[in-house]
Design a binder for this molecule. Structure first.
Ligand code: F6R
Length: 618
């Protein structure tokens, strides 16, 4: 939530920062702003409750020039969406300018004491208190005659008084080439270049400009100018930087010929799923293998319970993990929302292994849940996408999904890769226990066929688009599925509501008659996932109950010929496949359906209202 960026170098800072802000916009798009420092004068700020595109025009009109600056794209927490509340914020004495991602929890007290000292406030944000607090320490240091590294010291003193979370970029008058950054609870990455350095909430903001990065840890502070940078802790201990090379492919972060990132990412799934599997099957091809679990086979065999933690779509992947691991490995699995787990005193059994699932690797609720499990002495492994993010850096081992950057706010390719990895884990744990060689080999074959089968489902995009247009006017949808198709029903409903603003509910099909059936009417279509097998007839009965109440039904199925005549108003076909990959195949049409409905309703698909990717506030 919220993206921050800073650039100091010899090039036109405004265009570099604006480019970066465009790439960070998925983190929030309520407002955007930029500040460039000037020699001997206060930094110039342009900010607006508008998208980066509009900001770019305003910056051009204002003829902003300079080679050092900071920028921000906002997801509002404290204070409405307005120009005044947009970042960067300037201290009331005009000396400090600051962009912030996070929440300053004690801002009310800080505001009061700063007001008593003569500082004034022009926004409703928590951030402005921090800008003024840095200014207060900056001026106190000046009166003490401190000139060396004064901004860094002022930031350090201010942060010692702050409760909450922050990733910040700060500049001051008088040192036009310098930016100070710090983090606690919100991500911050330093980009190291030649004659230029950058700071940002994540590496995508660098757009290939920085090949070497340093991921800052919580409690660290960086002072940088165009030629140098120094990292230390908030307690002023020096930190030896660890440089990481980033493998950046420009086309991953660009739309290409697609109208939206969401559609691009849906269509990337044959490749992203292939990437999640690469090198992860054993020589004898009867099991999966994972390099980064940091656990011996003996330790893994001793695991007698697993707990999965995640939020939103990742939580749905956790539910799938439960189905798969219990079915193929026979290990009991619990699933909790990260946000609930961190405040509950869940009684975990001794040999419980904890997994977190997080695409961004920065979701604060999941990060804190992971820390809580670690504090209690449990080993936590992770399934994450963004390499170098805080969750994978802090966990005890894990698996990268290798999905590539996911830019559309609604998660698509990351979800299917999470489900695939969970399913491969079920094979891995299963083969360490009772799953036979033959069953293992069948599963591996199924996984290897997945990219091709996903392409077959994608070939039906036109049919799904037609169905989407037929139902785009409806304001309520029901999604039904049984067993491992229930989390898929939940995911289908979530996708639809987040990008189309349509009320949608996911239910286990048989639960419908216990309440949701009251919603059924001609204006409330039902999407029913009915796959061949023992649950097929049960699903058909549920669909009959919908039809009996004049509800339309869109059936997603791998056995369309077995549906009673006239039962389905629309059918979306998925190829027959092994149960270990079928949930992934069933997901694709639901992603397409929500995408095309959102487009038909003229919604902002990649930037749905009120949302942001990477939820780094509680
Ligand atoms: C929905 C969506 C969110 C995320 C959730 C967790 O499409 O993207 O529900 O799944 O915010 O995010 P990560 O996986 O980054 O922890």
């Amino acid at each position: 939530m919220c993206g921050i960026i800073g650039y100091t170098g010899r090039q036109d800072a405004a265009s570099i920062i604006l480019e970066g802000l465009k790439r960070l916009e998925y983190r929030g798009y309520d407002s955007a702003g930029i500040a460039l420092s000037g020699k001997g004068c206060a930094p110039k700020v342009v900010k607006k409750a508008a998208r980066v595109e509009i900001l770019s025009r305003l910056v051009r009109e204002a003829k902003l020039a300079g080679s050092c600056g900071i920028g921000h794209t906002r997801w509002a927490t404290h204070g409405k969406v307005s120009d005044e509340n947009a970042h960067p914020h300037v201290s009331s004495d005009g000396v400090i300018v600051l962009a912030h991602n996070g929440v300053i929890e004690n801002y009310v007290q800080l505001r009061k004491s700063l007001t008593a000292l003569g500082y004034t406030f022009h926004s409703e944000t928590d951030t402005e208190a921090l800008a003024n607090l840095v200014a207060l320490h900056f001026s106190r240091l000046e009166s003490l005659g401190v000139s060396e590294n004064r901004l860094e010291e002022a930031v350090r003193l201010a942060l010692a008084e702050v409760e909450g979370t922050y990733g910040i970029a700060v500049m001051c008058v008088g040192n036009p080439d310098e930016i100070v950054g710090a983090r606690k609870g919100s991500p911050l990455v330093l980009g190291v270049g030649r004659g230029e350095n950058m700071l940002a909430s994540d590496v995508t903001a660098f757009g290939g400009r920085m090949q070497n990065v340093v991921y800052l840890d919580d409690g660290q502070i960086v002072r940088m100018n165009r030629d140098d940078f120094v990292i230390s802790t908030l307690k002023n201990e020096s930190v030896a930087p660890v440089l990481n090379e980033i493998d950046w492919r420009m086309e991953d972060a660009e739309l290409g010929s697609f109208p939206h990132f969401m559609l691009k990412e849906i269509f990337e799934q044959p490749v992203s799923l292939e990437n999640a599997m690469r090198g992860r099957f054993s020589q004898d091809a009867s099991t999966a293998q994972f390099g980064g679990l940091n656990m011996s086979a003996r330790e893994l065999r001793q695991v007698d319970r697993i707990l999965f933690l995640g939020c939103g779509t990742a939580w749905h992947a956790c539910l799938l993990a439960k189905h798969m691991i219990e079915r193929y490995a026979r290990i009991p699995v619990d699933v909790e929302y990260s946000s609930e787990f961190r405040y509950r005193n869940s009684p975990l059994e001794k040999n419980t292994l904890v997994f977190t699932i997080s695409q961004s690797g920065e979701t604060l609720d999941t990060l804190e849940a992971q820390r809580e499990a670690q504090r209690k002495g449990y080993r936590v492994l992770g399934i994450s996408n963004v390499v170098g993010a805080t969750i994978p850096r802090e966990n005890d081992g894990g698996i990268y999904q290798h999905s590539g950057p996911e830019i559309g706010v609604a998660s698509t390719k990351a979800f299917t890769a999470q489900v695939l990895v969970a399913s491969m884990l079920s094979l891995y744990f299963g083969r360490m226990r009772d799953l036979s060689f033959a069953d293992g080999r069948e599963m591996v074959k199924a996984f290897q066929s997945l990219p091709g089968l996903v392409s077959c489902v994608l070939d039906q995009a036109e049919n799904v688009e037609r169905i989407a247009k037929r139902y785009a006017g409806c304001n309520d949808f029901l999604f039904l599925g049984r067993l491992e198709m229930f989390p898929i029903a939940l995911e289908g409903a979530l996708k639809l509501k987040e990008i189309s603003y349509i009320h949608a509910e996911g239910y286990p099909a048989a639960e419908m008659k216990h309440g949701p059936i009251a919603l059924i009417c001609p204006e409330c279509p039902t999407v029913a996932i009915a796959m061949a097998g023992e649950m097929f007839k049960k699903c058909v009965s549920s669909i009959q109950e919908v039809k009996a109440r004049k509800g339309d039904v869109i059936v997603v199925t791998d056995c369309p010929d077995d549906l009673p005549d006239g039962l389905a108003d629309e059918v979306i076909f998925v190829p027959r496949a092994h149960d270990c990959i079928l949930p992934i195949l069933a997901t694709i049409p639901l992603q397409l359906l929500s995408y095309y409905i959102a487009v038909a309703r003229d919604c902002d698909v990649d930037k749905p209202r009120n949302l942001a990717k990477s939820v780094t506030v509680e």
